[in-house]
Design a protein around this ligand. Sequence first.
Ligand SMILES: NC(=O)c1ccc[n+]([C@@H]2O[C@H](COP(=O)([O-])OP(=O)(O)OC[C@H]3O[C@@H](n4cnc5c(N)ncnc54)[C@H](O)[C@@H]3O)[C@@H](O)[C@H]2O)c1
Length: 248
Amino acid sequence: MRLQGKVAVVTGAASGIGLAVAQRLADEGAQVVIGDRNVAGVEAAAMSIGQAATAMALDVADESSARAIIDRAVSLHGGLDIVCNIAGVLDFGRFEDVDRGRWDRVIAVNLTGVYHMCHAAMPHLIERRGNIVNMASAAGLVGVPYNSAYSASKHGVVGLTRALALEFSKEGVRINAVCPGGVKTPMVQQTPPDNIDWQMVMRSASWLDGGEMAEPADIADAVAFLASSEARRITGATFTVDGGQTAG
Ligand SMILES: NC(=O)c1ccc[n+]([C@@H]2O[C@H](COP(=O)([O-])OP(=O)(O)OC[C@H]3O[C@@H](n4cnc5c(N)ncnc54)[C@H](O)[C@@H]3O)[C@@H](O)[C@H]2O)c1
């Protein structure tokens, strides 16, 4: 119960890592306000978590929607301690096929969405010396072939995390990023396009246990730790949970 009495906002909570994080923060005693553009999914998530959870429709790419979930958390619970920016989209493809629409969509959700959430939340986090955990990726630390927009967006999340950690250190607001390797979620079950060198993608990822991917709960463990006071000396970190993928 490391998060007893804390108020958290979690994005992307209808599925995968976001769902596991929302459940984990609630298990640790937090009130969680959870958002996703999959409205039925996030409502089902809140039902399964129970009284500690409130669901909201959310599109992180839309600034007013991002502000609305932060405002809702503050008006419901009187303040805000933790923001977990988990919502994201993956887009594999050859670079020549990544047209401006595809590029803009990935950057709008994965990078500008994190900006929207951080910007709306920061005044409230300053009041309570709160913290932010951003979901970056191993692809935010090393390039992944045929994943140009996604890799660029996640490198952007790492840069934003580091810059904010320094800028808000005086206010006592911590900002960290978690960088998972492969995690068993619906995101990685998408069929990749057949015109990419999939072997090359797989060579860029060397996971523990002969390629076994992590479970969403493994990532939620790291998020809960970083969000808790056990991590009070940790800010600006890129916390890898990638089975060693980026170690070499
Ligand atoms: N699964 C992996 O292998 C892996 C690895 C590294 C990083 N990540 C990152 O973890 C995060 C969660 O991914 P996941 O694997 O759980 O995928 P997922 O597809 O299961 O979940 C992503 C969730 O984000 C939501 N979402 C997408 N766009 C949104 C928007 N504009 N506004 C609000 N919600 C939106 C989706 O509806 C979905 O519920 C992502 O940021 C992803 O990039 C995943």
